[in-house]
Design a protein around this ligand. Sequence first.
Ligand SMILES: [Zn+2]
Length: 339
Amino acid sequence: MTLESLKPYEHYFVPEIPRTPTNRYASIILLRETKSYAIFTTEGGEQQDVEEVPAGLTHTEPVTRLVMFKRKQVAPERRTGKALLRQYGVFPFAVKDRQVVYGEEAQEAKNRIEDCYLTGDLCTYCPDCLIYGYAAVEGEGARKARLMTDTCFTVRPYEVIQRQIKFNVIDEAAHTSGTITEYDYTAPGVFLPAVETTVDLTADEFVYVLSNILRTTRYGKEGSRQGFVRNHVLAIAFSDVELFANLEFTQAYYDAFVDAGVDLARQSLTLADFLNHADAVIRRLTTDLPGRLTLVAGEELEKILADVRALNRDEERLARFLRDLNSRSALFTSKMKER
Ligand SMILES: [Zn+2]
């Protein structure tokens, strides 16, 4: 276990990557906030993705909300982690005599893993493959993700957070100002409450997931028009059941704001507004939980986040951490293949 601040919660993690589920849940409760214009569409879509849903849990009038699909949340975070593994010399690696080797030694190995790509060529050995899962790979079968989330929704209605922006596309070669293109954007300062639930992770695997969330800042339509999104972690929860859906999280926030007299169609919201209601909203959603719950927020949470940031700032320590993490995943896969 790498982080001192996670020691008090050690028993909520698995000591080794497990073969069978034990449903040890560690949930990361967060807010995703757009810090620039962003576009959330499915591939090829002209309009952003929206859904009509009941506004709140108590106030159930229908409202149209912008949605961010699961893949749009998790894929950028996977890419962040994978790029880090590459930068810190995890690839290439090889399993030799039940040991994982790196660098020159790996270069000489016949069965070395050169890289791991989303989604075309997943290696089935690295931490990314073992945590986030992979669909069937030839001769390998599939591996279920040990991280779950679902579509998340804005709190405010779509009409007030959406912007239609026109661009005059200049053709540089022809020196003509060509077609006027219109894009459907999400405005900056829009909040989407979300939970990422990890299942049966080791403490270090959990740190890897948390790091990816803290490091990832680009979400939305792939390519140059991706928007800057800041993730704010509100709490970490350890439990033996899943806590709540992202939609319920948004709905509970909606109720809290409406009950506090906020006009969501007119007033924009700040991070402070969300933080003011966070405790009450999370408490409301977890009061009747049919399972055990340990909620980590405030100072205890800050300690963990500070610890994760410190690890990520220390080049040598991070390199060692990533290799150790990878060695344990790679050995797990190689043992599974021997069976
Ligand atoms: Zn992999």
